[in-house]
Design a protein around this ligand. Structure first.
Ligand code: ZN
Length: 264
């Protein structure tokens, strides 16, 4: 599932391929992905206009149009963008197909259809409406600490809660807790100051490294737990077999040696 680093890379991809070209046609193939706009209104706001630049907040990209509207995409479980010129390069699950005047296209490709398409005139209002928490790359240590010392939930659940911090999901919360040596089930408010600071620092580092890698189209470092999150996967530090545990109905991977459970 695309999380902050992948979504950041999608935004950069759109900016690399699709800016400043007149949008000639918009085809909504699966209207069920549309959230706050219908197909006719989306067509009307996009056709004849140009994309100017893209911003990201949490797991959403916001692409500015030259008419003060933003096309807002959420990539769900399997969403991605695909730019192409020839029809034989067209993706198989294009839910939204945008064609430019030069006959190139950008498609929102999403096999499982959990993606969402919105249109809005203000990012701030959209973020407020969706009740999104601070973006994970923007939040400062003081705010982070204030929030976390009040939360009784498992630290992994708190990190994944988009209303608390926006951008982190199942995959990157595993990475952050692995690198911070914290068991995913520890209640957030039971962490000491040092541990909370460690999670904050690791979160920033992991996201920075991962954003760079995803934009470059490179694999994540082998020292990360993410490449080892699979059946019989082993801890990159110690060769110990990783364990799984269900938290908030998601499967967490962790190393029983590096991330010892704390009982208090
Ligand atoms: Zn380990």
């Amino acid at each position: 599932m695309p999380e902050l680093p992948e979504v950041e890379a999608f935004g950069k991809y759109l900016d690399r391929t699709s800016l400043d070209k007149i949008i000639e046609n918009v085809e909504v193939k699966n209207p069920e992905l549309l959230q706050n706009v219908d197909a006719d209104a989306l067509k009307e706001k996009l056709e004849g206009h140009k994309f100017k630049y893209t911003k990201r907040y949490g797991k959403y990209t916001f692409t500015a149009l030259d008419n003060d509207f933003w096309l807002i995409l959420h990539y769900g479980m399997t969403g991605r963008l695909k730019y192409f010129k020839n029809q034989d390069e067209a993706p198989s699950y294009d839910r939204l197909l945008i064609t430019f005047e030069d006959e190139s296209h950008i498609a929102f490709d999403d096999p499982r259809k959990f993606g969402k398409i919105n249109l809005a005139s203000s990012i701030e209002e959209f973020v407020k409406e969706k009740k999104l928490g601070h973006d994970a790359t923007e939040i400062d240590l003081k705010t982070f600490k204030q929030i976390f010392e009040r939360k009784k939930g498992a630290i992994k659940s708190v990190l994944m809660d988009q209303h608390i911090i926006a951008g982190i999901g199942n995959i990157y919360s595993d990475e952050i807790l692995f690198q911070a040596c914290i068991h995913p089930k520890v209640p957030a408010n039971k962490l000491n100051d040092h541990q909370t600071e460690q999670i904050f620092k690791v979160m920033k580092d992991v996201l920075k490294t991962s954003v760079g890698k995803r934009i470059a189209g490179e694999e994540l470092p082998d020292s990360f737990i993410i490449p080892h999150r699979k059946k019989n996967g082993k801890c990159p530090n110690s060769d110990i077999k990783l364990k799984t545990i269900k938290i908030s109905s998601r499967t967490a991977y962790y190393c029983p040696n590096c991330q010892k459970e704390i009982f208090e």
